[in-house]
Design a protein around this ligand. Structure first.
Ligand code: GLC
Length: 459
């Protein structure tokens, strides 16, 4: 299936419901074909052995479709600034990792700040265990953000965490190894177009003269060689998360080809570039924190912050509640998407405690209700006021946001219900069905204060 771009527009619920029914059989067909491994090996093969064979999109996407939930990590020298430079503060609600650009910090000065980056509390096992305890199946970590600083050992530029800082370790190598051990997919974010440190990259027009920039030079000197390093030295990479799309399809194509050449199974995020209706990546990324209302059968992902910034800010206390996050996860998965939830570790390398607490609560919910998330497809019944649905084989999972008094009515079912069970506690529920309507008898109290899930086994 060639990825297409779908719009972030509002579609009425009833249109979605019809669309869902029409698309259900076709999409399941696609889904069923997905898990077949391609000739030549599994996703964990070495990049070198993978490089010989072309891999069908649906096969490469299988893990992404199944896994649903990943951890985004925004971490770099900006984390040390924590939202403040020389008394200027990044307003809460905006992105602290943009601090260099926002205050036009001169390159020479930012480089000095980066010299002092020394995250001695960084513990890769701890981060990976946290992702695991949260129920996240992949980790996407910033290898280079727009500030141009490489968070890994790079031969291409001295401006990297190993050569430039007292820390002297390669956190990406350590994380990739910890991920491999834990069975979590290791993925990287790489800002392929924006670079405020390089004279030819996009975005820095305060130190560099825009008219003298030669973008191809930047691509050849930094962006492509660094990608080559990442895709060669860190084992299998699940996906590369690009950002801020290339200006021309030709440039985006060069990046896509390079990734495919080095690791054919590696996925490419939609922000590598999109042109008209054509998406160059393998899946579409929604706007930050955004939701689509269509595209059930497409591959897509929503990246979201836990507070309001990606990179750490010590001023941002606007934390989402675990309930908010669980609702959002269910909303996304019920429409066929993936959820990439962000943490912004501090300059010392510590994931902030409010994030840790929230993630543990989300993980506790997934421990009970995970079967209604992983490996599911979008719900067959869309647009219900009480909550959402997801589906796996003949089981329909009813995710109840608003717990009604006494009974819940579900309409639009196309098959006969055999049983109804609450996932929390495994208690069976009495039900009646007439045509496409089912009435479920509910206990007085919702078993889960955020989202309670009922599994309906159907014929
Ligand atoms: C936005 C931010 C960028 C961040 C990205 C993550 O594009 O500007 O800094 O990396 O969102 O989705």
């Amino acid at each position: 299936m060639k990825p297409r771009l779908f719009q972030n527009r509002v579609v009425p619920g009833f249109v979605l419901a019809i669309l869902a029914c029409v698309l259900l059989s076709a999409a399941n067909e696609v889904y069923r074909r997905v898990p077949q491994p391609a000739a030549g090996g599994s996703a964990n093969q070495s990049p070198a052995s993978a490089a010989t064979m072309p891999v069908a999109t649906s096969d490469r996407m299988a893990w992404f479709r199944h896994d649903k939930f990943g951890m985004f990590i925004h971490w770099g020298p900006y984390s040390k600034l924590a939202g403040e430079w020389q008394g200027h503060r990044i307003p809460v609600g905006t992105e602290a990792e943009w601090i260099m650009q926002r205050f036009n910090i001169p390159v020479a000065e930012y480089r000095q700040l980066a010299h002092q980056f020394n995250p001695t509390h960084f513990n890769p096992q701890e981060w990976v265990s946290l992702a695991q305890a949260t129920g996240m199946k992949y980790i996407v970590v910033t290898a280079k953000h727009h500030d141009g600083f490489a968070m890994y050992r790079s031969q291409v530029s001295q401006y990297n965490i190993v050569d430039w800082t007292p820390f002297g370790r390669d956190p990406l190598m350590e994380l990739s190894q910890a991920c491999q051990k834990a069975g979590i997919r290791f993925c990287v974010y790489y800002s392929h177009r924006e670079d405020w440190d390089h004279p030819d990259g996009y975005g820095n027009n305060w130190d560099y003269d825009r008219s003298k920039k030669d973008f191809d030079r930047y691509l050849e000197q930094k962006s492509k060689p660094q990608l080559r390093e990442l895709l060669t030295n860190y084992g299998p990479i699940g996906l590369v998360w690009f950002d801020r799309g290339m200006d021309t399809p030709e440039h985006a194509r060069q990046i896509v080809d390079l990734v495919h050449q080095l690791q054919p199974r590696c996925l490419i995020s939609g922000r590598v570039g999109s042109y008209g209706q054509e998406l160059m990546g393998d899946y579409q990324d929604m706007g930050d924190n955004g939701m689509p209302t269509g595209g059930l059968e497409e591959y897509w992902e929503t990246p979201q912050t836990l507070n309001t910034t990606w990179g750490f800010s010590r001023f941002d206390e606007q934390w989402k509640t675990p309930g908010n996050v669980i609702h959002r996860l269910v909303e996304i998965v019920s429409q066929g998407g993936n959820y990439l939830l962000n943490v912004g570790p501090t300059g010392e390398g510590v994931i902030p405690q409010p994030s840790v607490e929230r993630l543990h609560e989300i993980g506790a919910w997934l421990k009970v209700n995970g079967e209604a998330i992983y490996g599911t497809t979008y719900g067959p019944v869309q647009g219900q006021s009480f909550g959402r649905t997801t589906r796996k084989g003949n089981t329909i999972y009813v995710h109840v946001f608003e717990w009604p008094k006494g009974a819940l009515e579900l309409s639009g079912l196309r098959s006969r219900t055999i049983s109804a069970t609450l996932l929390a506690g495994g208690r069976p529920l009495a039900f009646k069905q007439s045509g496409d309507r089912v009435w479920l008898t509910l206990p007085e109290e919702a078993p889960d204060p955020s989202v309670s899930v009922i599994a309906l086994r159907t014929e």
